[in-house]
Design a protein around this ligand. Structure first.
Ligand code: PFF
Length: 451
């Protein structure tokens, strides 16, 4: 059963929607995944390809989600059913599955940030940062902080769109911006800053030509992940906005904010890492935590910097987690007429349980991460690009035109970007990601099960 539009909540203000969407986009992806991908994929070369993909793929794909959401004013399952007809509702179901898998491990990492926040005050990670990470990232400690993080997320989402999500994001997003900017200024004065900037900002083109097979899908995947695309978050958030809004303008603001914050996070993280003498190319999810903890241990007032940094990190993760669970909650409310609080608590508890195995084993953690971020998000995005680009283009173009005073050639450029380059890059990325995932299953999961 579908709730009538009159009963459906909406954002209180234009800025509220933008902040909520930026809050979703800015998260672990900016502060944890982005610097770690830059390090793994060869520094500045990755940065430039990633920026290109944000423009050519991320921005058009975000408008696609906005158009579907605002046009149907429904959750992703209902929206795709209505927009595409027939079996398209099943594609929406993929989004629900992605939401469960993604938030399950995302919340475990967010739990680490909370653990480090607390650890800053006690100085727990200062003595032996590497051993500390191993100790807290796996086991009951990790489960406990995963549980706390899910509890906070559930509480905010249960309160609702305007009073919960919008209010939280309107405070948290500017705070993140100001804190990261201040930390970047601080990092500018560190000894390692000059080397860090060279590494971060001077692209070595030979890196791209030598490693394009891994750089391209990694950059495309990161562009989708950081903008929260591919699982219906932007469909859901846009389902709460009005027709008078210029989606092109709002999308530009959201993408710009997200990219600027990721870029600033790099300006904070790399000087700190270089000053601590840690190699930025150390791969693995723990690298950022270990090297930052190491760095905070070595500078005056490190505990305070650590607390500020990890606290900000936690808040950024929170507004993203909120958006992921909201997709599933909106579905339950719209399609099954479930009460918001009941829906949020039930779904949140299931996600918590699903995340528990990732808190106990690195291989399972890796499986969730790769499956959700590299395979499913790309698949989800690809399918809705096909829907909007090739199946329901006239309706999508008409929707995007609303609220834009002088669209000029913008609408046509957008639809052609979606139809050809976006779809091609996504197909190639999905292909490479599937090969990578099969490889992972064969070389890591199977031996792990056999053990
Ligand atoms: N954009 C978030 C981040 O950068 O941390 C992660 C994310 C949120 C991905 C929501 C996908 C999503 F649907």
């Amino acid at each position: 059963m579908q709730t009538s539009e009159i009963l459906r909540e909406s954002w209180a203000t234009r800025v509220g929607f933008i902040f909520a969407a930026v809050g979703s986009a800015v998260g672990l992806g900016n502060v944890w995944r982005f610097p770690f991908q830059v390090g793994q994929e060869g520094g500045a070369a990755f940065l430039f390809i990633y920026l290109g993909f944000i423009l050519v793929i991320g921005f058009p794909a975000m408008l696609v989600e906005f158009v579907i959401g605002r046009n149907t004013k429904l959750n992703p399952v209902g929206a795709l059913q209505e927009f595409g007809g027939g079996a398209w509702g099943y594609v929406g179901w993929i989004f629900i599955v992605i939401g469960f898998v993604l938030l399950a491990f995302y919340s475990v990492v967010a739990g680490w940030t909370l653990r480090y926040f607390v650890g800053s005050f006690t100085g727990a990670y200062m003595e032996n940062p590497a051993a500390y990470f191993t100790q807290i990232s796996v086991g009951w400690d990790a489960v406990f902080f995963h549980a706390v993080f899910m509890l906070v997320t559930i509480s905010i989402v249960a309160i609702g769109i305007q009073r919960g999500i919008e209010r939280a994001a309107t405070v948290i997003v500017p705070a993140i911006f100001i804190i990261l900017l201040s930390l970047a200024v601080y990092a500018f004065f560190l000894d390692g800053a000059a080397d860090a900037y060279t590494y971060y900002l001077t692209p070595d083109l030979s890196e791209i030509t030598a490693n394009w097979q891994s750089v391209l899908p990694a950059a495309a995947g990161q562009a989708l992940f950081t903008l929260s695309l591919g699982m219906g978050v932007m469909i859901t958030y846009a389902s709460y906005i009005g027709e008078d809004r210029n989606l092109g303008e709002d999308g530009t603001a959201i993408v710009a904010f997200d990219v600027i914050i990721a870029f600033i996070a790099g300006l904070v993280v790399f000087p700190i890492i270089f000053t601590a003498g840690v190699s930025p190319a150390d791969p693995g999810p723990g690298a950022i935590f270990v090297s930052l903890a190491d760095a905070f241990a070595g500078v005056p007032l490190g505990w305070l910097l650590g607390a500020i940094f990890f606290g900000t990190f936690f808040l950024a993760a929170l507004t993203s987690a909120i958006s992921i669970i909201e997709v599933i909650v909106t579905y339950a409310i719209d399609e099954h007429d479930v009460d918001r609080t009941v829906a949020t608590v039930t779904i949140g508890t299931l996600i918590f349980l699903l995340g528990v195995p990732t808190a106990f084993d690195e291989v399972i953690f890796g499986m969730y991460d790769q499956l959700a971020a590299e395979v499913l998000l790309v698949l989800g995005t690809l399918l809705i690009m096909i829907l909007v680009g090739w199946i329901a283009a006239p309706r999508a173009k008409a929707e995007l035109t609303k609220g834009i005073e002088k669209p000029g050639p913008f609408i046509d450029i957008w639809i052609w970007l979606v139809r050809v380059p976006v779809i091609l890059v996504l197909i190639v990325s999905l292909y490479l990601a599937l090969i990578g995932f099969a490889d992972f299953l064969q070389n890591e999961l199977v031996p792990w099960i056999a053990e």
